[in-house]
Design a protein around this ligand. Structure first.
Ligand code: DGL
Length: 278
């Protein structure tokens, strides 16, 4: 048994989709979450900047006595995971790419439909890690990728209501070309996207479509549990764990959106830090 905390980070709100699931399946664990709200979005930045930000995010979490880190950010996991594993050799690190691809290939086999869609930030799509890993798992899968750069700022600014007209228009603009591709699944390759899953689903599956939407943060939470079990790092004390949330800037929306998404009030449990010090 290991009572140290689990570290989870993202550029902002998105990684909370992994936190939400981790709270359900790992109730005894303490979780420390960092959302880099002062520097979001990461997805349009250079690979060098994304690596620098990710290194600082990791340094901060490691200062909190962490036993494992989940990179709940498709952009960082695509661009920087090898670099982070190299510079933090003693720290177990999990990303979001592999588990989502495994899920998509599983659905492709089950449905005998090898068409898979991937959406993400500019950096994620240009790096192509989802596509690469899917072809390593099954060469016959056909992967259709598309960057949707406006989705992250829309989520961070609270445009997440299922009837939000701006997000609906952006989703139509980005995703209408996917409607006729008969995809067995669509990987929501950025952890912000599950917050607008209803809207994406409506666009993709409007004509009785059967495309399954894959939440990469949720899939990675299952992997987190597997890794903790495998490495004998689980905390099964029987006492309910805590959630500490840190952000790098106090925007207007974070606490409200996060509380709504997690289903409980986080207002008193959010701390602001200066990430440039790490
Ligand atoms: N949630 C991040 C991801 O999964 C958003 C990246 C960004 O800040 O642009 O890619």
């Amino acid at each position: 048994m290991n009572k140290k905390a689990i570290g989870i980070f993202d550029s902002g709100l998105g990684g909370l989709c992994a936190v939400r699931e981790a709270l359900k399946i790992l109730p005894d664990e303490d979780i420390v979450y960092f959302g880099d709200t002062g520097r979001v979005p990461y997805g349009g930045r250079s690979y060098e900047t994304i690596k620098k930000y990710a290194r600082q995010d990791m340094n901060f979490l490691i200062s909190k006595n962490i036993k494992i880190i989940l990179i709940a950010c498709g952009t960082v996991a695509s661009v920087a995971i090898d670099y982070l594993k190299e510079i933090f050799p003693g720290m177990p690190i999990i990303g979001v790419v592999e588990t989502a691809c495994e899920k998509a290939v599983g659905i492709a086999k089950e449905t005998q439909n090898k068409n898979i869609g991937v959406i993400g930030t500019d950096a994620t799509i240009s790096k192509g890690m989802y596509k690469k890993y899917i072809s390593e798992l099954d060469l016959n899968c056909e992967v259709y990728s598309k960057a949707c750069p406006l989705f992250v700022p829309l989520v961070e600014n609270g445009h997440i209501n299922k009837d939000d007209i701006i997000t609906k228009s952006a989703a139509e603009l980005y995703l209408s070309e996917f409607k006729n591709l008969n995809l067995s699944s669509l990987i929501l390759g950025c952890t912000h996207y599950p917050m607008i899953k209803n809207i994406i689903d409506k666009v993709i599956n409007d004509k009785n479509g059967k495309t399954e939407l894959i939440d990469v943060g949720l899939e990675a939470a299952y992997k987190l549990k597997q890794e903790l079990t495998k490495k004998n790092l689980l905390n099964n004390s029987g006492e309910k764990g805590g959630l500490d949330i840190y952000i790098s800037d106090e925007g207007l929306n974070f606490k409200n959106i996060a509380s709504g998404f997690l289903g409980f009030d986080i207002n008193s449990g959010v701390n602001k830090i200066d990430i440039e010090n790490y």
